[in-house]
Design a protein around this ligand. Sequence first.
Ligand code: 0RA
Length: 319
Amino acid sequence: MSAEEKVSKEQAYGADQIQVLEGLEAVRKRPGMYIGTTSERGLHHLVWEIVDNSIDEALAGYCDKIQIIIEKDNSITVIDNGRGIPVDIQKKTGKPALEVIMTVLHAGGKFGGDSYKVSGGLHGVGASVVNALSSSLDVYVHRDGNIYYLGFEKGVPQGKIETVGETDITGTKTQFKPDAEIFTESTEFNFDLLEQRVRELAFLNKGVTVSLEDKRTDAEPVAFHYEGGISSYVEFINRNREVLHEPFYSESEDEQIIVEVAIQYNDGFASNIYSFANNIHTYEGGSHESGFKSGLTRVINDYARKNNMFKESDPNLKR
Ligand code: 0RA
């Protein structure tokens, strides 16, 4: 590298650093713009932003275990057995991928790579926002036989990545403590609230074990793992009802869009449809849900007509 090249590279690096610091400052100044609210809900949202990255690693096929631990001091540890966040220097930024993921806003789409972030939190803003809103955040990466460490305070890296040991596993461990200066209402995590979503994530991501442990109490950790995925979910929803059959299940893919459906009728007359898109419960439905309803109604009507289950004069079933 020539002297000029070196200077221009250093300037680019300096400009980059300023952008990062400005980004972190923007998040801390208006956290609501990034996580919706700094209430209990926003506090818990931080957990899902970190867990989503592990879920994405699971969706990519590299991770089948995610552990969430509420520590005694109400910090949160998330451990996955994925590939480990890359620590090598990125060409584009001249910085380690790990540092970029943890400090650059919207390093979504995913982490500036060519794959897209699939699992979405409510706002899908990523680890850097959690980092900015945490008094401390520590990442340990197990990768290539080494354990790498990088620590942050209020999003700012406290040094360079260090090698702190050797390992024969791969994965990422992130521990963060939400900043009490930001979460002024409460920095205490609610086990039941976390457990509900942990169970849901396990139903929605079949084969992935998601566990939750509360070190503030001496309760046993809970772990959820459903080989049946959303089929297990409908069985769970119907657990206190008379069911009429085993769940019907179908999965298909078209133009990289994967659709999964599980149906199980019970002896009641109320219909409950739960729809999700990218792991997010779409409470108000949408074209995915209404399209499904129309399709199901049409198929049932066609079947019933063809098999003379209606009288000629009977109207079709309505959706
Ligand atoms: C390999 C490549 C990339 C990310 C990861 C592994 C990875 C990230 C996280 C975050 C939490 N756990 C993780 N485990 C693995 C980058 C891929 C890309 O840029 O598309």
